[in-house]
Design a binder for this molecule. Sequence first.
Ligand code: TXA
Ligand code: MG
Length: 353
Amino acid sequence: ATQYLVVNPVEPEPDKIEWAARVLREGGLVAFPTETVYGLGANALNREAVRKIFQAKGRPADNPLIVHVGSLVEVDNLVTYVPEKARRLMQLFWPGPLTLVLPRRDQVPLEVTAGLETVAIRMPDHPVALALLRTARVPVAAPSANRSGRPSPTTGQHVLADLQGKVDVVLDGGAARVGVESTVLDLTTEVPVILRPGGATVEQLREVLGEVALDPALEKSDPEWKPRSPGMKYTHYSPEAEVFLVAGSPRLAVQKILELCKKWQERGERVAILATEETADYYRRGPVVPDHIEILGSRRNLEEIARRLFNALRNCDLNQATVVLAETFPDEGIGLAIMNRLRKAAGGRVISS
Ligand code: TXA
Ligand code: MG
């Protein structure tokens, strides 16, 4: 059975942390909050435990996991070499939403890296995660704690909805602050490459590193391109409903969304709309009335939109939507991560307005 523990997110209770740390050390699965999304953790050096993660999530075995550390010294046991650039990034961004891909040491099981000779590592910026990592004193492999393909969990209840009975402990430390996953940066090439946009922005990374490339797979146009971050090739973040992105300025998108809403409803679909504070009134006013509206936040605050995105996608399912129509956002700052997750949720279905 799953043990659900509510933990103080600022000063986690030591007895709860010790309990969860022991479960980890003994080869069990512990879901825990991070600043980005909830993780489903296992001792990264225990192959059996790591295999349980893939089972619990229904995750394809060729999709590698991120190893979480609670201190910088742990990194040296996981990688053969830490380039100067990596050291600098760790100093500036850790703890925080930046994952670094580095050459793997032999002791990191291939189960963790899905057979790759590299390993992805990050130090999460959350008191509960850090307390857990520092108490367990083992590196913790942890993907997002959702069933494979579902939107990542930003609350303990999301974890429970997906993994009840499949995880030994859930530590509930409240809602995640960032709301989208960490940025995955490959440092094994001459020019660092962003494999997945996330909480640390391209702009921030370029300020430190100068040149930073985006994995061409993120430019989405070429269907033949094989993404180098294996996780990026799967349909992801999807609610049960079919998601459509409606591109164009908010003004034009609203018109198009209302038009599409009417059309889908006439065909018997239940239509949910992912709206913003700036546009919500247009959907409420009629004459077309959507079955459900999720307001992501204000367009002037993309951080807020990121924080609420996955919960909004889950709410569309809870409201039995069969079609979700979503507005788009600028590809700037955290907007790049928002748009990446929305494009994946939509499986490439983008309609211009
Ligand atoms: O914010 C996050 O990163 C969350 C929290 C829990 O830390 N974790 C997370 O893990 O999002 P996951 O497994 O859902 O996503 C890990 C991503 C996948 O796209 C995977 O393919 C990529 O990182 N990845 C992991 N190891 C890699 C490697 N050695 N080389 C390239 N990509 C890697
Ligand atoms: Mg994930």
